[in-house]
Design a protein around this ligand. Structure first.
Ligand SMILES: Cc1cc2nc3c(=O)[nH]c(=O)nc-3n(C[C@H](O)[C@H](O)[C@H](O)COP(=O)(O)O)c2cc1C
Length: 264
């Protein structure tokens, strides 16, 4: 009897020890998952699997933009007459519909065969448009590439880079203060492969067309913008994670004008 009781005690002791160590292992696994999750899971502000850096993985989850409007209440003559560069912005967000309209004005598709709002030598379209978003309603902070064909945004970087962009832009305050900055970059090869050296001037002309479209559209949306050409090319390229074959040409901060701006 005693021998069996001893064996039972020993078995129960072993079972209890096993249960305790199993519970400890389970707790350890749960804790490890929680800790790992804190690093692996994206911040709640991100819609994608981005960890905050340039990642090929997040490029799959593009953001469809609201459809652009093709009519408005402000005649183009009025926008031409009253457009001014605006360098101070209200501390209020830009809404995604406004951003959508500005991107469409820059390079949106308007014709069969992929023809766009702005003219392009040989319809080769060397421009790439990026949106640097810090305070845009309906969009997580980050850098996005505009995709004209689908009127969508492809996430490139999943965090607000406006402070870094401001430093690369020789500390021009509009870049830091605007809720978003539209960047016009170019891949020269798309045009020079057909037009040789002359293609370089064509690309610069096209950046001007896109920039003026943004100015006029911004005015019609009661927004302000300024076209900025003074910045460190490699600094901007690095902040935005641009490929080496793309050169940034213009930065255009956009937002509601500050109170000191008197709209004509
Ligand atoms: C090629 C180019 C580069 C420019 N670069 C800057 C710039 O780096 N910073 C800035 O504040 N404005 C810049 N501007 C905006 C001009 O200063 C502005 O257009 C000019 O003062 C005329 O004012 P308006 O646009 O209100 O008519 C630039 C304009 C152009 C066309």
């Amino acid at each position: 009897m005693n021998g069996r009781a001893d064996r039972n005690d020993a078995r129960e002791g072993a079972m209890a020890a096993f249960s305790l160590s199993a519970a400890a292992i389970a707790l350890a696994v749960i804790a490890a998952c929680i800790i790992a999750g804190a690093y692996i899971m994206p911040p709640s502000s991100l819609k994608t699997g981005d960890t905050g850096d340039t990642m090929a993985g997040i490029r799959n989850s593009s953001v469809t933009l609201p459809a652009p409007r093709t009519s408005g209440t402000i005649p183009v003559e009025q926008a031409l007459a009253a457009r001014r560069s605006v360098r101070e912005y209200a501390d209020s967000p830009l809404d995604i519909a406004g951003l959508s309209q500005l991107l469409w004005a820059a390079q949106g598709i308007t014709g069969t065969g992929g023809l766009r709002t702005a003219p392009s030598a040989g319809a080769l379209y060397p421009l790439e448009i990026y949106a640097v978003c810090g305070n845009v309603t309906g969009l997580s902070p980050g850098v996005y590439r505009y995709i004209p064909d689908s009127h969508a945004l492809e996430p490139v970087i999943g965090r607000d880079v406006r402070d870094d962009l401001y430093l690369a832009a020789l500390q021009q305050a509009p870049v830091r203060d605007a809720p978003a900055v539209i960047v016009i970059a170019a891949d020269y090869d798309r045009t020079t492969c057909k037009y040789g050296e002359r293609g370089i001037r064509y690309v610069h002309m096209e950046a001007g067309h896109a920039s003026e479209n943004i100015y006029l559209q911004a005015y019609a949306l009661r927004l302000g913008t300024v076209t900025i050409g003074a910045f460190d090319d490699n600094g901007v390229r690095s902040v935005l994670g641009l490929p080496q074959n793309q050169t940034p040409l213009y930065l255009m901060p956009v937002g509601k004008a500050g109170t000191r701006y008197v709209r004509a």
